[in-house]
Design a protein around this ligand. Structure first.
Ligand code: LLP
Length: 421
């Protein structure tokens, strides 16, 4: 459920007509709903009620500080994967002890920043990383709290580009070697083992792969405790999928996911961390765009939009489906027709949808890409020298630009011309 609904024939974001924001900000732009963000965060929080837990929002999904602050004020921690994300979270007011640091390629510089600024834990992904973190922590006269990310070798049954829990993926250490690696970690004075971490992939639409992975984590918890390690925290990663289209089979709900966690891991007495990104931000955001031209092609019509693959890469990158809806609600019974919906970028890959059934549209009409809140704005680029599009946040009947559109001068003046030219 989200808060982008038609009211009196027009698409609203909470209590604001989306067209009104478009008139102020210009298209394209990303638009987020506070109520939807909070609703999704609270679903997870409620689902784990009765168990000590922290929902660490995976801010890679949508990292604007206004979004982070909205969630942090409701109690969320953050999952970060780079110094940039760490600094963003801190700038938005998230305390260090609510930030977990994930990622396969943490640098010494990133480790230093987090150790000095405060960190809940590092989710260590390899032995070389473990050795480096030990050295960095010792050089600062401190001890780094860690979990080791284990790779449970389960099939997440999702798109190959976003599956992370198979042994051939670059993530984590093979679970079969976990005891050896924990023994090594325990011997390093700069590290303190606090738990185990696992994350098997994104956009999972079944609970079964989670169950398989979490059962392996439960067994490992017992084995590691028997080896004398203090396993008090389990970071279970993110990955719960969202419905991208109404006709889709609905993925499991956070309540069912929470039930599963309690069922498989509830008896261990561990604090639970989860790192959802997509389920919190995905359906809390839309991308609003205008039709530039309707072009009659050979046997098909093209809707050429002012948004392009550089603004929303998911269709080009993962063949992802996004519902695309007009801001003016189509009259009942209006005949739909197929369009190829494309952007202005000079690549055939700049195609959002083929043969998509839409009501008849004309130049100047506005449309919204639904479910674009996660992995939308954050994956945008300036390809074709197209400035990053603005982000806007709605709360009730108010809206605010939370990242403005850069000027062309800003874009151009980042280049420097060498003296020899
Ligand atoms: N934790 C870790 C360690 C992760 O790598 C990820 C996502 C998450 C949590 C959050 O997963 P989520 O709850 O959002 O599924 N760009 C792709 C998705 C990449 C996901 C990367 N890791 C897309 O647009 O589908």
């Amino acid at each position: 459920m989200d808060h982008f609904l038609y009211r009196d024939g027009a698409l609203y974001a909470e209590d604001v007509p989306v067209a009104e924001i478009a008139a102020t900000v210009g298209t394209p732009f990303y638009l987020y709903s506070t109520a939807t963000l909070l609703r999704h965060y609270r679903l997870f929080d409620e689902a784990l009620k009765g168990t000590e837990h922290l929902v660490c929002y995976a801010m890679k999904a949508a990292g604007n500080q206004a979004i982070i602050k909205t969630l942090a004020e409701a109690g969320a921690g953050m999952d970060v994967v780079s110094e940039g994300e760490y600094r963003r979270a801190r700038a938005a007011g998230v305390p260090g002890d609510k930030i977990v640091f994930s990622g396969v390629g943490k640098t010494a510089q990133e480790m230093r920043t987090a150790l000095l600024g405060g960190i809940r834990q590092f989710n260590v992904e390899s032995e070389p990383e473990m050795l480096l973190l030990d050295q960095v922590a010792q050089s600062l006269g401190t001890v780094a709290p860690i979990t080791v990310r284990v790779n449970p070798d389960v099939d997440a049954q999702t798109h190959a580009k976003i599956a992370t829990g198979k042994s051939e993926n670059k993530f984590g250490i093979p679970i079969a070697r976990a005891r050896e690696v924990y023994a090594q970690a325990a011997a390093l004075p700069g590290l303190q083992v606090v738990g185990i971490d696992v994350h098997i992939g994104s956009q999972l639409t079944r609970l079964e792969p989670f169950r398989q992975a979490y059962q392996k984590v439960a067994e490992l918890t017992e084995a590691l405790r028997a080896d004398g390690h203090d396993i008090r925290r389990l970071d279970l990663g993110g990955g719960l999928g969202i419905p991208y289209t109404r006709s889709n089979e609905a993925p499991p709900l956070p309540t069912e996911y929470g039930q599963l966690i309690k069922e498989v891991l509830g008896d261990l007495g561990c604090e639970i961390e989860i790192e959802p990104g997509r389920l919190i931000a995905g359906n809390a955001g839309i991308l609003v765009s205008s039709v530039i031209y309707v072009k009659a092609g050979e046997g098909r019509d093209f809707l050429i939009l002012d948004a392009a693959m550089n603004d929303l890469i998911r269709p080009a990158m993962y063949e992802a489906w996004h519902d695309i809806v007009p801001l003016v609600e189509p009259a009942a019974g209006v005949e739909q027709r197929p369009y190829d919906i494309v952007g202005p970028v000079c690549e055939t890959g700049d195609t959002f949808a083929r043969d998509r059934m839409m009501p008849p549209l004309a130049a100047g009409d506005l449309v919204a890409f639904r479910s674009a809140g996660a992995y939308g704005a954050v994956m945008a680029s300036e390809y074709n020298a197209r400035p990053l599009v603005p982000e806007v946040l709605v709360k009730g009947d108010q809206f605010a630009v939370i990242r403005r559109r850069p000027t062309f001068d800003e874009l151009i003046n980042r280049d420097t011309i060498p003296a020899w030219l």
